[in-house]
Design a protein around this ligand. Structure first.
Ligand code: AMP
Ligand code: ZN
Length: 472
């Protein structure tokens, strides 16, 4: 199997991926908070995670991928303060929380389908798993990792040797102040402690509440991913994904509670996608007017051009969105699809070439998911010295991972791309040169021209109607 490496936030290194069980991958993705449409920033994370999953599958791994749907507990600060996001969405639209959750979950998967993002094998809404959360919180209390104060249950971060697992020593020192809440929760023993279960909160109008050993209430945000991950993937997880904003506090808290609960290391690889920004900074759902797939469509953009926009930059670099940049990608995308449509499907696939090129493609993606280089490989392939059938078969195969809709059923366009026009002009000039050589009875030169064209994959034939040429 080809080597697949990517950046592991836990070790701060690009590492070769080694699963817990040979050939199998347990993968978890933090799903959307369904109080509004996903913006194209959120979808950048899901596109790049989709490429990681498909790269692993393409390389031969058997992947099981799980995603939660956050329909309860996520407060606007990501910590334990601010407004409840679901409640905010319900108020905004005069609907119930569950109506909002259903509507935006469907909208999310419809956006994913337009972007060719595969639906994970398991999708589980947090509100399906309340009993599991209660069991986990009870166990954390029994083990002494949690305490009840003021009616809420908190995780006691002072019980851990290393709570800030993703941070270097100097960052840890700076982080002491990070959790300075606007209205400090005086129930907490330590500033970094976080809520596992709320019964007392400022949201008296909280719509979704469940009975628990600590009173009627609702879960904190972080517990859902630990619980849903362990429920479907067992005690050992290979890869956990999310956007970089999830590193702290969400993923830090997930590790704290999961490892305290399990009594051993939980997940080996943490894959984080950097943010898509607009000209004013980080894209955010709470900003009101934000960019969605539907908005792009209403402006006439093919969502797959946005996927290509994401793939052309590295997942570990912030990416700035502008319509001008997207327009450039659209032009390149349309031209590429046309050039591929112009490939002839005749001839036999050159299996040696196919296997070698496919290996190179996997190695490129296996090198910290170098998606822009993987796209360059498609362009290089179009110019490569092999027949169209092999090119077409390879592009079809690569598109399993790239998922850009590169091989469309559209018939070849009359308007061949610029490079094809150049090739045509070159071949016609050579045919003329050969005709002139033949007229001069310089047959050696005429043969040399025929050989030169053949070395470029062009065969010429003298027919009664004149000289014809074709790609071989
Ligand atoms: P949310 O719906 O807010 O829970 O976020 C869903 C996913 O999108 C999470 O993995 C976030 O880390 C990620 N995310 C949020 N904002 C951005 C952004 N501007 N660019 C890329 N990913 C983001
Ligand atoms: Zn999560």
């Amino acid at each position: 199997m080809n080597k697949i490496s990517f950046f592991n936030t836990l070790t701060r290194n690009v590492e070769e991926f080694k699963p817990n069980v040979e050939g199998k991958v347990n993968m978890y993705t933090c799903g959307p908070t369904v109080y509004h449409f996903a913006h194209i920033g959120n979808l950048r994370s899901y596109i790049m995670e989709d490429v990681l999953e498909k790269t692993l599958r393409y390389a031969g791994y058997d992947v099981k991928r799980v995603m939660n749907i956050t329909d309860v507990g996520h407060l606007s600060s990501d910590a334990d303060t601010g407004e409840d996001k679901m409640l905010k969405g319900a108020k905004r639209e005069n609907k119930t929380v569950m109506e909002i959750a259903k509507f935006y979950t469907d909208a999310f998967f419809s956006d994913c389908a337009k972007l060719n993002i595969k639906t994970p094998d398991v999708v589980e809404p947090a509100t399906n798993c309340i009993d599991g959360f209660i069991n986990m919180v009870s166990s954390l209390l029994e083990k002494g990792y949690a305490y009840v104060a003021g009616g809420n249950v908190y995780f006691d971060t002072s019980k851990l040797e290393d709570y800030y697992v993703f941070s270097s020593q100097s960052e840890k020192e700076l982080m002491v102040g990070v959790r300075d809440d606007v209205d400090e929760d005086t129930n907490k023993k330590n500033k970094a402690d976080f809520v596992l279960w709320f019964t007392k909160s400022k949201f008296d109008n909280q719509e979704l509440k469940w009975d628990s050993p600590w009173g009627v209430g609702y879960p904190g945000w972080h517990i859902e991913c630990s619980c849903i991950g362990i429920k479907h993937l067992g005690e050992y997880m290979d890869i956990h994904c999310g956007g970089v904003d999830n590193i702290f506090p969400h993923h830090t808290n997930e590790i704290a509670q999961s490892e305290a609960f399990l009594g051993h290391k939980w997940c080996n690889y943490w894959f984080h996608v950097h943010h898509l920004n607009d000209q004013e900074g980080k894209m955010s759902k709470s900003k009101g007017d934000f960019l969605t797939v539907s908005l792009l469509e209403s402006k006439g953009y093919n969502p797959l051009a946005y996927r290509m926009f994401c793939l052309q930059s590295h997942y570990r670099k912030p990416l700035e969105f502008s319509y001008k940049n997207l327009d450039n990608v659209v032009a390149a995308y349309d031209k590429l699809v046309k050039r591929i449509a112009n490939l002839k499907a005749d001839g036999e696939v050159d299996q040696n070439f196919f296997d070698e090129y496919k290996n190179k493609f996997i190695d490129t993606l296996g090198n910290d998911l170098n998606t822009s280089m993987a796209i360059t490989m498609v362009y290089d392939l179009l110019k490569a010295d092999t027949n169209d059938a092999t090119k077409k078969a390879l592009i079809e195969s690569f598109d399993y991972v790239l998922s850009l809709g590169l091989v469309s059923d559209a018939t070849a366009d009359e308007n061949v791309g610029e490079e094809d026009k150049e090739l045509e002009a070159f071949v016609l000039a050579k045919i003329e040169e050969r005709a002139a050589a033949k007229k001069e009875k310089d047959f050696a030169k005429a043969d040399a021209i025929r050989e030169e064209l053949l070395s470029k994959g062009i065969a010429i034939k003298d027919t009664r109607e004149g000289v014809v040429w074709e790609r071989v």
